[in-house]
Design a protein around this ligand. Sequence first.
Ligand SMILES: [Cu+2]
Length: 455
Amino acid sequence: MNHRRSFFKTAGATFLGAAAVSRIGAASLPEAVMQQSPATQLPPPPPNGRPFQPMVTLNGWSLPWRMKDGVKEFHLVAEPVVREIAPGMKARLWGYNGASPGPTIEAVEGDRVRIFVTNKLPEVTSVHWHGILLPSGMDGVTGLTQPPIGVGKTFMYEFVLQRPGTHMYHPHADEMVQMAMGMMGMFIIHPRDTRQFKVDRDFGFILNAYDIEPGSATPRVNTMLDFNLWTWNSRAFPGIAPLVARTGERVRIRVGNLTMTNHPIHMHGPHFEVTGTDGGWVPKSARWPEVTTDVAVGQMRAIEFDAVAGDWAIHCHKSHHTMNAMGHAVPTMIGVDQRDLAKKITSLVPDYMVMGDKGMHDMAEMEMPIPDNTLPMMTGTGPFGPIGMGGMFSVVKVRDHIARGDYQDPGPYQHPAGTLASEYTAEPPEASQATAPGADANTLQVRKPTGHQGH
Ligand SMILES: [Cu+2]
């Protein structure tokens, strides 16, 4: 009970009073717990029902339930929310119970769950329980398996959780708009046997993406592919919490993809195995070591590894997905001497700035005038200077002395002597260079297309 109380206190959670509930016409509904903080809220151990080890939702939280006659009752409220994407930028999104993504729903294989969904959006909605085995009539597809949940109305979903696994929930009503606005959450079914698939730390997040014009706060909902903010749980680096673990611990990271493109999730440091997919757990004999796993649209992947001390980057390997909105339209100027050009332009535009003639790294340090409520393209600072990343990027921070249950950022890694790359100041050994036969190594050889036969 103590844990639960302190959870509510630290989470700064607020409760919808009985009045608010009766206003939606259903006084017997379980309270809808709200949460607006983008900080990671450690879920308390389950206060009742079957035991399980809760998952840590990165920059998120888990929804408390009410046990009623052996049924776990949850209450989701679909509503407009304000989400801080990273310090310096807030977005007007739609979500559940005060945040986007909505809270993680956690329950156990064999549990009967009853989920009330109250619609406080300006339009109809529904909830689809993505990947969960259930009766067809509980699947949440507007028009096909249920009428839409009207504005101000509450629907009830009820089903028994048949298999453990990593799942998600999202609307199946005006889907493109509602998902582009941030309506989604994770749904974790823990195994009935707590020893099964046991790990020391269990993290989870959803890959999502927004198209928010620099300087504005509301996503453009008709964007199909050209999103400009690549986020984990509606957070962009450096707003994404680090994944903290102790050396030698078994760590699981669960990733679901509700963007409109695939994301090759790459982790530095220890090799991992994909241990879970949309369909449940992968048998041990069918796993192989990996450093990158592609998470396709609508898919879920759980990876596991044995933690090794260090600061290990974890990120999407599409390099434009580790950038924020600002600067996508900057032309490539590498190798272009802009000095004369700059002189001419400054006579017309006094603020004109030469950018990117030696690459773009320096932009990470540059104090550029950008519109309010906009994240710089590449940002974040480490112990050795600017990191020059944004979007889908975080750090797995593993240390020898981290207490069980401690998820606080331990600060930068102290590299043991002799294990740190450094500048070499003596005479370097001769470097070999590959050259094409007969070519001047300094001349760029351009081969023009010859005719159309090749097409
Ligand atoms: Cu990506």
